[in-house]
Design a protein around this ligand. Structure first.
Ligand SMILES: NC(=O)c1ccc[n+]([C@@H]2O[C@H](COP(=O)([O-])OP(=O)(O)OC[C@H]3O[C@@H](n4cnc5c(N)ncnc54)[C@H](OP(=O)(O)O)[C@@H]3O)[C@@H](O)[C@H]2O)c1
Length: 300
């Protein structure tokens, strides 16, 4: 069973992908019970005719017992200026949710989607003391999708022509697009892009969420698909390499924070942490990003 805590825009979109692809039974857990039940009622119509999966809604955490995967998409409100705006309330919320998960399904793999992503992933792991291989913050893969999309628009090429467009570090203003590894039609991007263009694209990735808001939209389907890919990998015992936030223990020279780095995921959660080569400027930016997250954690 897949339990999804928070059945707002993101949680319901993930649930829709899971049941419409017959991945597994889904339980929506929401603060307001009726919303979970209502969303489940709607999404249940997307279950294919020959499928055995089900979807239900509740506000009762005890029903998550036996879940293989718990996805946290809960939010106490909607931030307007920065992902860290609601930090205190979000930290309190994740601590409460962590205690419920520890009580009812301590062996689940937990995917964190709620913001501020890296801080919440760190706090959740510390609060539950689950293995750090079983607590994964999903966001850097979304930032990387945005990087790929913006490059495809800039160069008027298909996304399939772009390789290794990764964004690492904080899911926030200090995120680090890794230009040095990007290949476009097998050519290193640094041969065709200058510093000013790099800065423009970096700003566009960082402020992508603001562009969505200006257009009356909010991040929903992109993050849902990136999260669904991880859920499917775990359930189907497949392998997937993506950048995601995990608690670091010396990797990339960092510890006592959670931050987006490339990892290999399989049915056990994080199978491998991949340390890729970065150039000096990217390494420095990643250090600044790590320090930004550390400062947030220290401020709690
Ligand atoms: N990682 C990423 O890349 C990424 C991308 C997009 C969004 N996000 C984050 O994902 C989160 C969800 O976004 P959204 O747009 O889906 O928000 P949303 O539509 O406001 O939904 C949040 C839901 O969480 C529920 N909730 C609040 N506290 C809860 C608790 N303690 N237990 C269970 N449910 C609880 C709310 O219930 P009520 O019905 O009672 O209000 C609401 O239904 C936000 O933190 C957002 O910033 C992250």
């Amino acid at each position: 069973m897949i339990s999804i805590v928070g059945s707002g825009k993101v949680g319901s979109a993930i649930a829709f992908l899971c049941v419409s692809n017959s991945l597994d039974d889904v339980l929506l857990v929401n603060r307001t019970k009726d919303k979970a039940i209502g969303k489940a009622l709607d999404i249940s119509n997307a279950i294919p005719e020959n499928s055995n999966v089900s979807i239900h809604g509740t506000d009762d955490f005890s029903k998550i017992t036996g879940s293989d995967i718990v996805v946290i998409t809960a939010s106490t409100g909607i931030y307007l200026k920065s992902r860290t705006e609601l930090m205190d309330a979000q930290v309190k919320m994740i601590q409460e949710i962590a205690n419920q998960i520890k009580k009812y399904c301590p062996f689940a793999i937990v995917l964190i989607v709620s913001n501020p992503l890296d801080v919440l992933t760190f706090v959740f792991q510390k609060e539950t003391q689950l293995s750090r291989n079983k607590v994964i913050g999903i966001a850097s893969s979304l930032d990387s999708s945005r990087f790929r999309y913006l490059l495809s628009e800039k160069f008027r090429i298909k996304q399939s022509q772009i390789i290794d467009a990764l964004v690492l570090g904080e899911h926030g203003d200090s995120m680090v697009p890794i230009f040095s590894r990007v290949k476009i039609n097998e050519k290193n991007i640094l041969e065709i892009i200058d510093e000013a263009e790099k800065q423009t694209i970096s700003t566009e990735i960082r402020d992508y969420w603001k562009s969505l808001r200006i257009l009356g939209s909010r991040s929903q389907f992109g993050i849902a698909k990136n999260t669904f890919d991880v859920i499917r990998t775990i359930i189907k015992n497949d392998e997937l390499i993506i950048p995601a936030s995990i608690v670091l223990n010396g990797e990339y020279g960092e510890k006592d924070i959670s931050m987006g780095i490339p990892i290999k995921i399989n049915k056990a959660g994080v199978k491998e942490i991949i340390e890729i080569k970065l150039n000096e400027s990217e390494s420095n930016l990643l250090k600044i990003s790590a320090q930004t997250i550390r400062d947030y954690i220290k401020s709690l």
